[in-house]
Design a protein around this ligand. Structure first.
Ligand code: HEM
Ligand code: HEM
Length: 178
């Protein structure tokens, strides 16, 4: 029996940070997979520049999210019991670890390239430029791993909502009274 009740809700900031993270990750993955389909030139450069800029924004959002969760963010009783609780917890930690890994590799990649953003401003070139290829490969792998785990995670949230008809998805969708 899930111990979540309809009254359990995350606070507005936790909910906003969760969905901003999910939106940015989806955007970054789609841009990352499709940017090279654009013809070489300002359009492709612009899409990659947007990817790197939103990537830095996601890094900031993740830091704020972790600080908020460790501090004033509302903690809720587990949505599951026993082994399912463990699976949910491991999945959530894995998502945080994969996010930090993909972001760390993305930032390292941008600096070894001395990335030029929108043809306007270049990041300082730091480190060995020949690392760009392996860093791009590992970054792409971490990005794909996030998508796989996030899809399983989203599937579980939808199963809670439509199959088990409990309040688990609702508590991450709207704050109480909101
Ligand atoms: C979790 C968030 C992110 C996702 C899902 C993501 C996804 C991707 C994907 C799928 C690629 C293509 C990899 C390939 O070609 O094999 C890519 C490339 C890249 N990403 Fe990300 N990325 C993320 C965050 C970041 C961040 C934070 C930065 C830096 C601030 C960044 C910088 C780059 C760079 C520099 C490239 C290579 C660009 C090029 O080939 O010109 N990414 N990303
Ligand atoms: C890239 C996309 C996503 C990422 C990276 C992500 C990440 C996370 C993380 C790390 C947590 C744990 C929060 C914490 O305790 O600190 C969480 C919770 C949650 N997520 Fe996601 N999420 C994503 C997409 C989704 C989607 C699409 C759904 C719904 C269909 C969803 C529904 C939920 C729910 C309901 C919770 C609360 C679970 C609970 O209270 O036990 N997430 N998410």
């Amino acid at each position: 029996m899930p111990i979540t009740t309809i009254e359990d809700r995350y606070d507005r900031a936790t909910i906003a940070l969760h969905w901003i993270t999910a939106g940015l990750v989806a955007f970054l993955w789609i841009f990352g997979q499709t940017a090279d389909l654009f013809p070489r030139g300002p359009l492709r450069t612009g899409v990659w520049s947007l990817h790197v800029t939103l990537g830095f924004a996601l890094a900031l959002v993740l830091i704020v999210r972790i600080l908020w969760r460790a501090g004033p963010g509302r903690g809720l009783p587990p949505a599951e019991n026993g082994v399912l609780h463990l699976v949910a917890k491991v999945t959530h930690y894995l998502l945080y670890v994969l996010l930090a890994t993909a972001i760390g590799l993305g930032i390292a990649n941008a600096f070894v390239r001395g990335y030029n953003l929108f043809g306007l401003w270049s990041l300082p070139q730091i480190g060995d430029p020949s690392l760009r290829r392996p860093l791009t490969g590992w970054h792409g792998l971490a990005a794909n791993a996030i998508m796989i785990v996030a899809l399983i995670h989203a599937g579980a949230a939808l199963a809670h909502h439509y199959l088990w008809k409990d309040g688990v998805l609702r508590r991450m969708v709207s704050a109480r009274g909101g």
